[in-house]
Each structure stands twice: as structure tokens, then as C-alpha cells.
Design a protein around this ligand. Structure first.
Ligand code: KIV
Ligand code: NA
Length: 265
């Protein structure tokens, strides 16, 4: 395999080839994903929800993210690895944002960072890009601002927010970001944004007009049960499969069926 780079992604958009992206937080999952040909692996701060069981992404620390990122990087031979800057590690000032990004790049070996927001964090994005660190933007529903929004419903449905999103996307392109995630915005708006910028727009709940798609791996594998947004397509029902496996194992242990003659020394 040829390694995916930030440049390959921009070339893919030019060719009209869609970009596949999934989240991963550990070595074993990332190894399967990399082998399966997923273009971009996002070490998302959604680790807070699916790995650690928190209600929001806010508790995630830089040390947590670096641990997950390093575990993923250890598995990779082709995919591009992007790591979320967690809440509170880039919002106060550009220097802090750069310091956090450098720690991620140095200590995990990842290839790029992602952060949430538009013009509010312009100076931070500039600073990080100046240091040679590729940046992926994230607009629309930005879960680190959940207490400002109040709900996880679709963003940018009104004209004012849609206009801000469009100009933020333009700004991210102008600054030199290599891609941008659009989360939970109307499909029509996402398509418009994708057509207006040369960098890839990766959608989650943002419709088919995007240049690529991203899902949280636990959701697409059907490991999560209560999370049922319209945009989620489940490719497996791992919740049931795993429940069955655990139950059969417990039965086999209790009945003395496991281990058999062949399964011992
Ligand atoms: O943390 C995450 O999983 C994300 C994706 C949903 C884009 O940011
Ligand atoms: Na995230």
C-alpha cells in the first residue's frame, strides 16, 4: 500500500474519489481498519463517550488522547491518522494550541490534528499550521460546545448560522487546513460548502454532497444501542453478536464444557 497523506486527500477530491474515514482508539481496531483500506483514521475525542463512558467529550485530556493516538499509530501502515485536540487544550491562546499539537505529534507519531471551530480559533490554527502540523477543521455540530448549544440537534438551519459556517469553511481553506469535518448540518448546505472549497469536506450527518464520510466505529459496528440518529448506518449488529458470545462462554464455563480435552495441556 501507498501511504495516505494530506496531499492524497486533496488529490482524491480533485479526482472525485470519495474519502472513507472512521474513528479508532486502540491498536486492534486500527489494525483491522488500516488493512481494510480505510483512508483516514480519526482518534476522536468521542473516545470520551465510547471508550470511557462519559456523557460528553469535555472530560478528555491531552494525555488520554495521546495514549489512544499512540495505540492507533502502532497499528498503521497505510491510513492517515488524525487526532482531536481535546476541550481546553487549544481555546485559551495560540501558544497553548501549538504546544498541545506538538505534544500530540511528538508523543503519538500521528500525522495531523483536528480542532473544533471557525474564526474564533483562527490565530491558533495559523500558529499550528506555521509549525508544519496539518490541521483538519470541524464545523457545524461541535460537541465540545454542547453546553452552549443545549442539544445535539441539526446545526445551521437558519440563514445566519449557515452564512457563518460557509465563511468559516472558506477561512479554513484560506488558512491552509487540509480538510474539514461538517457534522449534522443540512445536506444542501454541506453540498454547497463542498462545492465552494478545494479542500475535502468530510461529512457526518451532512448528506451525500460531501467529499467523504466519517462515522464513530462503535456506532457503525452496532456496538451502541441507545444512539439512533437518522444518519447512522449500522454494518453489523455487534451488540447482539457479542452478547451471544459472552453468554455462550459463560454457559460453557459454568457447565464445565470449556475447556475440552483439546483445549488444555
Ligand atoms: O470525535 C469524533 O468522533 C469526531 C467525529 C464524529 C467527526 O469528531
Ligand atoms: Na471529536
Amino acid at each position: 500500500y501507498k501511504r495516505i497523506t494530506v496531499k492524497s486527500l486533496v488529490d482524491m477530491k480533485k479526482r472525485g474519489e470519495k474519502i472513507s474515514m472512521l474513528t479508532a482508539y486502540d491498536y486492534s481496531m486500527a489494525k483491522i481498519m488500516d488493512g481494510a483500506g480505510i483512508d483516514v483514521i480519526l482518534v476522536g475525542d468521542s473516545a470520551s463517550n465510547v471508550m470511557a463512558g462519559y456523557e460528553t467529550t469535555l472530560p478528555m485530556t491531552l494525555d488520554h488522547m495521546i495514549y489512544h493516538a499512540k495505540s492507533v499509530v502502532n497499528a498503521i501502515s497505510r491510513s492517515l491518522v488524525v487526532v482531536d485536540l481535546p476541550f481546553g487544550t487549544y481555546q485559551s491562546d495560540p501558544k497553548e494550541a501549538l504546544r498541545s499539537s506538538i505534544r500530540i505529534m511528538k508523543e503519538s507519531g500521528a500525522h495531523a490534528i483536528k480542532l473544533e471551530g471557525g474564526k474564533e480559533i483562527k490565530e491558533s490554527i495559523k500558529r499550528i499550521l506555521h509549525a508544519g502540523i496539518p490541521v483538519m477543521g470541524h464545523l457545524g455540530l461541535t460537541p465540545q460546545s454542547i453546553y452552549k448549544f443545549g442539544t445535539y440537534t441539526v446545526r445551521a438551519k437558519d440563514e445566519e448560522e449557515a452564512e457563518k459556517l460557509k465563511s468559516d469553511a472558506k477561512m479554513l481553506e484560506r488558512l491552509g487546513c487540509f480538510a474539514v469535518v461538517l457534522e449534522k448540518v443540512p445536506a444542501k448546505l454541506a453540498r454547497e460548502v463542498a462545492e465552494s472549497v478545494s479542500i475535502p469536506v468530510i461529512g457526518i450527518g451532512a448528506g451525500n454532497g460531501c467529499d467523504g464520510q466519517v462515522l464513530v466505529v462503535h456506532d457503525m459496528l452496532g456496538m451502541t444501542k441507545e444512539f439512533n440518529p437518522r444518519f447512522l448506518r449500522r454494518y453489523l449488529d455487534l451488540y447482539s453478536e457479542m452478547t451471544g458470545a459472552f453468554q455462550r462462554y459463560a454457559e460453557d464455563v459454568k457447565s464445565g464444557d470449556f475447556p475440552s480435552e483439546d483445549e488444555q495441556y
